[in-house]
Ligand binder design. Sequence first.
Ligand SMILES: *Cc1c(COP(=O)(O)O)cnc(C)c1O
Length: 389
Amino acid sequence: MKDRKLLMIPGPIEFTPEVMRAMGAPTTSHVAPNFIEAFGQALERLREVFLCPDGQPFVVAGSGSLAMDMAAANLIEPGDRALVVNTGYFGDRFGEILARYGAETTHVRAPVGDAPSLDDVEAALRADDYKLMTITHVDTSTAVCADVAGLAHLGRQYGALLVVDGVCSVAGEELRQSAWGVDLALTASQKAIGVPPGLALVVAGPRAMAAFQRRQSPVGCYYADWSQWLPVMAAYEARQPSYYGTPPVNLIWALNVSLGQILDEGMEARFARHRRLSAAFKAAVTALGMDQVPVSADKTATTLTAPYFPEGVDRSMLAHVKAAGVIVAGGLHPEIKSRYFRVGHMGVVNAADILATVGAIEKGLSRVAYGFEPGVGLAAAQAVLLEEN
Ligand SMILES: *Cc1c(COP(=O)(O)O)cnc(C)c1O
């Protein structure tokens, strides 16, 4: 294919041919039997992908930000206190959304590239009575991965509902919603779920649904109100027609196809593949003399990598990477935006994609006259890839 580019950004990602075929299929009615079947199956599969067998899934047209909005709109009542474990750009966004529904928010922050310690978070939890605590699992602006299991365990001790922004993690980074005590996890279609942009995906556990049922005041967002969507989700799962807002028929077919592919691989195998490919890519970054934004390996995502440009190199390098056939993303965090770039490696990504990306980055570095031994990044990645199988 002429001008073929490999899309290695933290969403949208590369999609499988089967997913793209579902996108292009002739659109039917949203109450056609084959659509009802696909929607019902997708809802069942979401529980398996989120590892939350007793969760209530919601699939609604919108982006990841709508999923965040839906969580806040349904769980927050004016005056509720919310604690935001903030690891970057998307923590700030969650804080703004919660405040829009009347929450009094407190942020526990850390320097860029770091995550607040469990002690810092516990001190905050002890100081006030929080209804809810949000965690960005992988902050896409920094590649920092939060200790969701540890934070959720802590939050439970203080009676807070645990809400995880998993937009850059679900179906890539290891996330065990039920086992870790996460009350609500959310994502969007275009990241590790592997479907074109347009779906907000939420799985609410029993404690989140109970908190919603106990509300005293109406939900402040008409479109996101679970009172409207709950009967719709229940109907589709019972293979019955239903309507509230017209569902994006082709996207939901594509979602069902992708969830099927994810479960065929298996969640454990999928987590392991993301870890292995991430380790290979990060080894290349290190071998090429680049530091990363996350301060330590145990705080680093496996779904993306955020390398600092090496000394003397700036973002003009990225155009050369693109010319070499691979699209990566620029910086996002306002404090360091011009000093680093981001590479997404999630979803259907494979070893060939990792090697192609490292090769294109070497090309870019060489075009801006950065001094390094050609192939040193490729060799480091390959060494990791050869370790298994
Ligand atoms: C991408 C992303 C979002 C926002 O999702 P949109 O689909 O762009 O609205 C929120 N949180 C995280 C962690 C993300 O990576």
